[in-house]
Design a protein around this ligand. Structure first.
Ligand code: WTA
Length: 651
């Protein structure tokens, strides 16, 4: 089905907000006017209204050192105090902060008062293990409440956390620990996935073996599986945290004090440590969670299905909703355990009213069938959200109909690890929705679409590059330890005035922005960012591989899928399936299972230009079973014939 077909199917539906929804929405149309009239005044108001500052700021934005921004200069605050303590002080200590649902059905209900004690204890424990302000702490945990407490304990002390997704391998963890020079790692014995326990601690043991900056490993007991133990280094969470005092003073930190580092894939093999600071980031997370997700803390039950290992989990599980005092669900496991209706059962059970998830999940549910959600009572839902990749109109319409009862607004939210918070999205109480489009920048954010020469494009359907034209509070403050790479990656493609997002985009005739996917060598697989270069370097680190090229081929469920082409070394024997399997496992070991190629083709040559650059465009044609495009710039034009021939003969 093409986009136009499904969009026209939507025509005839009224996708404007109902008067009732509009009347109660947090985000009203006047926000656009306020931000346009006084940009800095608007953001100053957001910061002061939504957060509690220990010391007010003197200057909203200092852009004199562009592209290095300072927001809320002179202000001081504590992010953990803002996310927890102040709600207790305001008399909301009995409000549920977290409804935790373990994969195996174990549950925990944590109020704000309890979360305050948990965070204070964890902060005291971290300090007793030698962590102080400025030290980096790596967090490698499953989706359990201790992950939230650990992040907030770090924030409380002012020790930037670096959360590493639990699906990453020991090697990936080691690289991230080394780059951030983390002093402590917080992990668990293991996690529950698909009805089984999967170990986590062995990866940490391997990652800190030999020379390392890590002094202590703090281990949460989750699965109770046996783990190897180093008495000098390893400490049980339930021993030190449970025994610690539940009183801990939240000292204020400078607005620009680093809050966290989060590694993401770029166009080179080395992951980038995107770092965010305190005041601006927290302002944008709280503001967008309020006006876009429309969280009403006194009545809503909010559920963001992301993992805390990704930025979505940082901004929309931990910092945004907790700063707003929301009640939320955290689910540990996979959507198919123990049955395909698990998510809908959770929504029914906790009366979830706001659901924020990813297109890849929605497409998976479409495949599983409409009858599954139909068995559950989803009538508590009132807002649906999407994030991570473009949502195709078919999936949008399915989500609206089968989950949202043709009633709930869907907010398609475009943003990045780098942006810290949502940038382009409808406001559910204001915007007439357009299935498949993220539509327009939220109030306070400015974007443009530029052509190859850097000229603004406004013609409907003309495809260009998305740029952001003004700094924003939640923007990254740099790449950890690499100022040059920050300038070069984001602020040079179209000159220093434009932040280059790396996404293709176009306007439609109604002025809506459509995001069209990455324009660089970054793939988006199930909403996870992976770099072609990173997977290529994992492949060539295998002794049998001489050369590798990786492309993202379109995939009905995961958006894109990793397809690799490899040339084996002379002497390496091609054992067909066994070789392919071994290489796939090798990538999983080097990076993590999410990076495993869907398919690997052993070839004798790769298509290269005369200057030696691999022409991925042609390989993508092969991977997507298309007629191969223009080959005239190839150094050897017979190569593509050889590759195609090899494939049809089953290589
Ligand atoms: C893509 C995830 C289209 C985009 C929050 C971006 C999207 C990258 C959308 C960032 C969306 C995210 N529509 N594309 N609503 N949301 N993307 O850093 O390519 O993991 O550059 O942040 O995801 O991925 P990241």
């Amino acid at each position: 089905m093409s986009d136009t077909l499904s969009t026209s199917q939507a025509e005839g539906r009224d996708l404007s907000p109902t008067p009732e929804f509009a009347a109660h929405a947090n985000g009203q149309a006047d926000l656009y006017d306020a931000a346009a009239a006084d940009f800095e005044g608007f953001w100053a108001d957001q910061a002061r209204q939504r957060l509690t500052w220990a010391k007010d700021f003197d200057q909203t934005l200092d852009w004199s050192g562009a592209p290095f921004a300072k927001w809320y200069v002179g202000g001081e605050l504590n992010a953990a105090y803002n996310c927890v303590d102040r709600h207790v002080e305001a008399g909301n200590g009995d409000r549920v902060a977290i409804h935790f649902e373990g994969e195996g059905g174990d549950t925990r209900t944590i109020t704000y008062a309890e979360l305050q004690r948990d965070v204070a204890k964890a902060a005291n424990a971290l300090e007793s293990l030698g962590v102080s302000k400025g030290d980096r702490v790596a967090i490698y945990l499953p989706m359990i409440p201790e992950a939230v407490a650990a992040m907030l304990a770090c924030a409380r002390i002012g020790a930037p956390h670096s959360v590493v997704f639990g699906g990453f391998s020991a090697d990936a963890l080691r690289t991230r620990i080394a780059d951030a020079e983390a002093k402590l790692v917080i992990t668990a014995d293991g996690q529950f996935r698909r009805g089984k326990s999967a170990p986590l601690k062995p990866a940490v043991d391997a990652a800190v073996e030999g020379e390392t900056t890590v002094e202590k490993v703090l281990v949460v007991q989750r699965t109770r599986d046996d783990v190897a133990w180093d008495d000098d280094r390893d400490v049980w969470w339930h021993e030190v945290v449970d025994a610690a005092s539940d009183q801990h003073e939240a000292v204020p930190h400078d607005s620009e004090h680093p809050l966290f580092i989060l590694y993401t894939s770029g166009t080179t093999g080395k992951p980038k440590g995107i770092f965010h600071t305190t005041g601006g980031y927290l302002t944008q997370a709280a503001y967008t969670n309020s006006v876009v997700h429309d969280v009403h803390p006194e009545s809503d039950v909010y559920w963001c299905t992301a993992d805390i290992g990704w930025v979505t989990g940082h901004s929309y599980i931990v910092y945004g909703p907790l700063a707003n005092g929301a009640t939320q669900v955290i689910y540990e496991g996979t959507p198919d355990t123990p049955h395909h209706g698990r998510w809908w059962e959770i929504i029914d059970k906790y009366k979830v009213s706001i659901l924020y998830t990813a297109p890849t999940a929605i497409r998976t549910f479409m495949k599983w069938g409409d009858d599954i959600p139909a068995k559950f009572d989803l009538s508590s839902l009132r807002v649906l959200g999407s994030v991570g990749e473009p949502i195709n109109p078919e999936a949008w319409l399915w989500y609206r109909k089968h989950i949202g009862a043709d009633r709930c607004p869907i907010v398609d939210t475009w943003w990045q690890t780098e942006t810290g918070g949502i940038m382009i999205s409808p406001l559910p109480g204001v915007t007439t929705l357009e299935p498949g489009s993220a539509q327009r920048p939220v109030p306070g954010i400015s974007a443009e679409i530029l052509d190859d020469e850097g000229q603004p494009l406004h013609d409907p359907e003309a495809v260009g590059y998305l740029v952001l034209t003004k700094p924003w509070p939640g923007m990254l403050r740099g790449i950890w330890g690499d100022e040059e790479r920050y300038k070069e990656t984001y602020w040079s493609r179209f000159g220093p005035k434009y932040y280059f997002a790396g996404d293709g985009a176009k306007y439609d005739e109604k002025g809506n922005i459509w995001l069209l996917g990455r324009v660089d060598d970054v793939m988006n697989v199930s909403g996870h960012r992976l770099s072609t270069a990173e997977i290529e370097s994992a492949l060539v680190s295998h002794p049998s591989v001489a050369e590798a090229a990786v492309v993202g081929a379109s995939d009905d469920t995961t958006g894109q899928a990793v397809v690799a082409f490899v040339i084996l070394r002379g002497g390496a024997h091609d054992d067909g399936d066994a070789t392919v399997q071994e290489l796939r496992n090798h990538v999983a070991k080097e990076i993590g299972p999410i990076a495993k190629p869907r398919s690997i083709m052993v070839v004798s040559e790769l298509p290269k230009t005369r200057s030696g650059k691999i022409m991925r465009r042609l390989l993508r044609d092969v991977a997507e079973n298309r007629e191969v495009g223009d080959v005239t710039t190839l150094a050897d034009s017979s190569v593509m014939g050889l590759i195609k021939e090899g494939m049809s003969s089953g290589a």
